[in-house]
Design a protein around this ligand. Structure first.
Ligand code: AMP
Length: 395
């Protein structure tokens, strides 16, 4: 096929446990042709009601709905302009350290990693299988959320537990939000007018899930999430760091079972557990009304962030920028200001006026006097997945 006639569109699929998000991008100009989400998978509405927001039976039905929505806009999966499908896959273990062209063997490899990500990888695999059935002729690429962190040195990746036991069970720090970190650290370097290889960054991805990552010269050298996305920062519903003995105590003294504790720490903790709601906007509203629980949730959230900024400053030795991204990081001036308040000793000074300005573009919010830049950089995981997918599919 001549260069001009080569297909340039990439469909990005993010198959979660109860939803499938999709975006169709044209890599000729990186434009977004369509995007959407099918939610409530497995909650098929009663009496087979038809309707846009009705639940769907399973991932196969969800992907058929995605295909139907795209076809309705003249962008069907059968289009010859579609070059490839890119799949977000949460856990790549130590085996998948970069974007990978999907084969039967790769699917089997992702299946073997299910014990490390029992909630996420099965949904990702189903998405891959259904998409391959729909277009078996198309290149399909897996982009792993862990891959960016494959560079973390052993000193930071190892937990100090018996090595044989750890190795037998694959216990180590893998890290997540890798796709976001890859995109954001390149965009942050561009904002600073430097090459990624020249800058040291602390990337704070603060969404419903939240993580801090130390990026040295474009490469991850430490991150707050660990074996699973539970470790590290306070999140919407996850506790982040706790003394591991909390688990034994809840089992022995609290009489709780393993699944119950898992649910407590992953689904009923964080902002929700402390403040009664998982959304930072609502925490802010309640704080303004004098709600003490919401204030405590905010204070714990911000304190944990400062701890990681301090720790990763020491890990990196020299920091060029602290970079905020994702829902909270991009939108909450209050979190940014509070997390970095009083850190002028580390060379970090936020400018209150710049910080208060809202915007959708990457921007600096640090004071002129700040040795370390403070940046807000909107993340774009779908574009990053599409770029990786397109690069691999073109060969
Ligand atoms: P994400 O996972 O990146 O989509 O981020 C979702 C979270 O971002 C939500 O749960 C909110 O807590 C938070 N968020 C979104 N918009 C705002 C805002 N304007 N102010 C504070 N937090 C926000």
């Amino acid at each position: 096929m001549s260069e001009a006639a080569r297909p340039t569109r990439v469909l990005v699929l993010n198959s979660g446990s109860s939803s499938v998000k999709y975006q169709l991008l044209d890599m000729a100009d990186q434009s977004r042709l369509a995007s959407g989400v099918v939610e409530r998978i497995g909650e098929k509405g009663d009496a087979g009601r038809e309707g846009g927001d009705d639940g769907v039976a399973d991932h196969a039905a969800a992907l058929r709905r995605v295909a139907g929505e795209l076809a309705g806009r003249g962008l069907g999966l059968d289009s010859p302009e579609l070059a490839a499908v890119g799949h977000r896959v949460v856990h790549g273990g130590t085996r998948f350290t970069g974007p990978t062209l999907i084969t039967d063997e790769v699917v089997a490899g992702i299946e073997e990693l299910v014990p490390l990500a029992p909630l996420h990888n099965p949904a990702n695999i189903t998405g891959i299988k259904v998409a391959r059935e729909l277009r078996p002729d198309l290149p399909q690429v897996a982009v792993f959320d862990t891959a960016f962190h494959a560079t973390i040195p052993e000193a930071a990746a190892r937990y100090a537990i018996d090595t044989a036991t750890a190795d037998r069970h694959g216990i180590r720090r893998y890290g997540f939000h890798g796709t976001s970190n890859a995109y954001v650290s390149r965009a942050a370097a561009a904002l600073l007018g430097r090459e990624p290889s020249e800058v040291n960054l602390i990337v704070l991805h603060l969404g419903n899930g939240a993580s801090a990552t130390a990026v040295r010269g474009g490469v991850s050298v430490d991150t707050s999430m660990g074996l699973t996305p539970l470790e590290g920062l306070v999140m919407g519903t996850r506790s982040g760091d706790v003394d591991p003995a909390v688990v034994f105590h809840l089992a022995r003294v609290g009489g709780m079972g393993t699944d119950e504790i898992d649910t407590l720490l992953n689904k009923r903790s964080g902002l929700l557990g402390l403040g009664g709601v998982n959304d930072m906007r609502e925490i802010g509203r309640r704080m303004a009304e004098g709600d003490e629980r919401a204030q405590l949730a905010f204070d714990v959230y911000v304190h944990r962030l400062r701890r990681y900024v301090g720790a990763f400053t020491a890990v990196l030795g020299r920091v060029d920028a602290v970079v905020f991204t994702a829902g909270v990081g991009e939108n909450s001036a209050a979190v940014r200001a509070a997390a970095l308040a009083g850190l002028d000793g580390l060379g970090i000074v936020v400018d209150p006026v710049r910080n208060a300005v809202r915007g959708s573009a990457g921007r600096l919010v640090s004071a002129e006097s700040s040795r370390v830049a403070v940046a807000v950089v909107p993340t774009d995981e779908e574009l990053e997945i599409a770029r990786d997918t397109y690069a691999l599919a073109r060969g």
